[in-house]
Ligand binder design. Structure first.
Ligand SMILES: [Zn+2]
Length: 251
């Protein structure tokens, strides 16, 4: 089998027997892929514990049959060990990883998605945790996988919504609806003009300085009510890490 190299983030790992590991990676070349690392629990030399969730690594691998790759080596590109030292960082980071793991298809390459994930894990590692990060990540991730929420017009009649118009967010239609189109059957949630404007800004902002972004608390609170519910609607189930986050933060 031909050996190749690609950059990757470890999304998940599980023991496989006494000495092997099964890892789920998001890679630059293959998108999401599962791999087996033979002897990884025994061989400190080849993997040096680099196959942990959140690790940003360069892997040497070979494609096998049945879709599973064989991971032969894993070198750290950039250590992100400070994420695991802070419970809020772990919660946010786990949420990013689970979103990518659950909402992307196997072997659908999207290098911009890896870039997004690395950007946010690095910010989480380097700066104090802020709730702006999960809120921004959600929107940018949805955009990259083709679910960009439409918030500047009504998704049903296409009428432009000004900042003085009332609007509701429809989870089923993935965007805002106007007063004329909204009805109880839609189950849509009222969304303020300020939040709509912030969402649009977040969807087009340069992420190079995302650590400096400060959103008003009411915008963050509204985003927290709307976007995770939209994700849940798309996915057909709740993300486990989101439930843990809500449980911990509700204490
Ligand atoms: Zn309308």
């Amino acid at each position: 089998m031909q050996r190749r190299k690609t950059d990757a983030v470890v999304l998940h790992r599980a023991d496989f027997g006494e000495i092997d590991l099964i890892v789920t990676l998001y890679t630059a070349d293959l998108g999401k892929v599962r791999g087996i690392a033979k002897g990884a629990k025994r061989s400190k030399r080849r993997f040096v514990n680099n196959l942990q969730p959140f690790s940003y690594i360069r892997v040497v691998f070979a494609e096998g049959r049945g879709g599973l790759i064989r991971v032969d080596e894993a070198d750290m590109i950039h250590p992100l060990f400070r994420i695991s030292e802070d419970i809020t960082k772990v919660l946010y980071g786990s949420y990013f990883l689970e979103m990518v793991k659950e909402m992307t298809g196997e072997k659908e390459s999207n290098p911009r998605l890896l870039e997004l994930l690395v950007t946010f894990l690095t910010v989480l590692n380097d700066f104090p945790a802020r709730e702006e990060y999960p809120r921004v990540f959600e929107l940018r991730f949805l955009d990259l996988i083709g679910y960009r929420p439409r918030v500047t017009e009504c998704v049903l009649c296409n009428q432009a919504l000004s900042l003085t118009d009332q609007a509701w967010f429809s989870f089923r239609h993935g965007g805002t609806v106007c007063k004329k189109c909204n009805n109880n059957a839609l189950g849509a949630m009222a969304v303020s003009a300020e939040t709509r404007r912030a969402m649009e800004g977040v969807l087009s902002m340069d992420l190079a300085a995302v650590q400096e972004l400060r959103l008003p608390p009411q915008v963050i609170a509204e985003g927290r009510e709307i976007i995770p519910r939209f994700i849940q609607h798309q996915l057909g189930k709740a993300l486990k890490s989101l439930r843990v986050m809500e449980a911990v933060q509700g204490v």
